[in-house]
Ligand binder design. Structure first.
Ligand SMILES: C=C1C[C@]23C[C@@]1(O)CC[C@H]2[C@@]12CC[C@H](O)[C@@](C)(C(=O)O1)[C@H]2[C@@H]3C(=O)O
Ligand SMILES: O=C(O)CCC(=O)C(=O)O
Ligand SMILES: [Fe+2]
Length: 351
């Protein structure tokens, strides 16, 4: 059981109750990786949704359970202990503050670079265990998820008829791949009567910068994904951000658990905008706490990113300037969560 820390609710973004239908439908694309037609279905899901649920993958349940139980132990530790593994700069333990630009949410997390030893020591010292055992638990899980991610990316390239089919996967397989692993814990959140609201924002709306994100969560709802086809749907979600009020038109799909793949900003560039990165956010749950584990597969820092020539049709011109992942990441990590990070790299956009 996760022991709750009670972050104070001052200044946290909240969602107004008056919106009746931030859509609850569960008809999301499901990809069975063992099926031969999965390559075409992956392309279709990426084009139409930007995400899908994965079944019949080879990520062993024992790796998932082991890491989830270490995470539960970590987040159940006294706040004073957890703070010793922080602040998140960006790696380490973070509480309510997301990134370095003032975003906040009802969340605590641990962010690890998959190739930095120091991180594991911080994590392990809170649990009072040998860093080796934590490193092994993270490595087992991350290696299995990375293998699955490469399989998905190769099927994606095959479905797109790109040769060689390792154009995306080689970036993750590279020993210098700049990948990140994240554990998020959203403590159960009581109703906040004085605002007449039910949900606090756990993790504000954003797209993920890397190539792909693979998300696994416990059986607590909270993740919401903005449906591409529903942008402009007339449902008003009123978000109160500090003292300002923002009204947005949006329609979200609410997603509960298991393993989910999300298409990200770098894939949007490499496909010259054909696959859009998907906007998502997390709302807190009033009854249960939520735990999620996300692998963000990124390219090596020196990798040059540009639209793949094999995907450009006829006279189609590149929408983006070429940049290295280092340049992109440097700019992305200065941005606010909800910002469009690609604008700066568009050929015809503001620069
Ligand atoms: C506000 C921010 C947090 C973030 C870096 C950023 O400046 C903008 C992108 C955010 C994000 C979203 C996906 C991942 O959770 C993350 C680790 C990433 O690579 O980009 C976070 C960053 C973070 O939490 O530091
Ligand atoms: O915790 C989740 O379910 C999603 C979090 C997320 O989107 C992120 O960490 O980038
Ligand atoms: Fe995300």
């Amino acid at each position: 059981m996760v022991v709750l820390t009670e972050p104070d609710t001052d200044h946290l973004p909240i969602i107004n109750n008056s919106c009746k239908s931030p859509s609850f439908f569960n008809d999301i694309p499901v990809i069975d990786l063992s099926k031969p037609d999965s390559k075409n279905l992956i392309v279709k899901a990426c084009e139409e949704f930007g995400f899908f649920k994965v079944v019949n993958h080879d990520v062993p349940m024992e790796f998932i359970s082991k890491l989830e139980s270490e995470a539960i132990k970590f987040f159940s530790s006294p706040l004073s202990e957890k703070l010793k593994a922080g602040p998140a700069d960006p790696f380490g333990y973070g509480n309510k503050q997301i990134g370095q630009s003032g975003d906040i949410g009802w969340v605590e997390y641990i962010l690890l670079s998959t190739n930095c030893e120091f991180n594991y020591q911080k994590f392990a010292s809170v649990l009072g265990v040998n860093p080796e055992s934590i490193r092994a638990a993270v490595n087992d899980y991350v290696s299995a998820v990375k293998k699955m991610s490469c399989e998905i990316l190769e099927k994606l390239a095959e479905g797109l008829k790109i040769h060689p089919t390792n154009v995306f996967s080689k970036l993750l397989k590279d020993e210098k791949s700049d990948s990140v692993f994240r554990l998020n814990h959203y403590p159960q959140c009581p109703d906040i009567q004085e605002f007449n609201v039910k949900n606090l924002i756990g993790f504000g709306e954003h797209t993920d910068p890397q190539i792909i994100s693979v998300l696994r969560s416990n059986n607590t709802s909270g993740l919401q994904i903005l449906l591409k086809m529903a942008i402009g749907f007339p449902c008003h979600l009123i978000r109160i951000h500090f003292s300002s009020m923002l009204a947005t038109r949006c329609r979200y799909i609410t997603y509960t658990h298991q393993i989910l793949y999300l298409s990200n900003e770098i894939v949007e560039v490499m496909t010259n905008g054909r696959f859009k990165s998907v906007k998502h956010r997390v709302l807190t749950n009033t009854l249960k706490s939520r735990l999620s584990m996300i692998y963000f597969g990124g390219p090596p820092l020196s990798e040059k990113i540009a639209p793949l020539p094999s995907l450009m049709e006829g006279e189609e011109s590149s929408l983006y300037k070429e940049f290295t992942w280092f340049e992109y990441k440097k700019s992305a990590f200065k941005s606010r969560l909800a910002e469009n990070r690609l604008t700066l790299f568009e050929k015809f956009g503001a620069s």
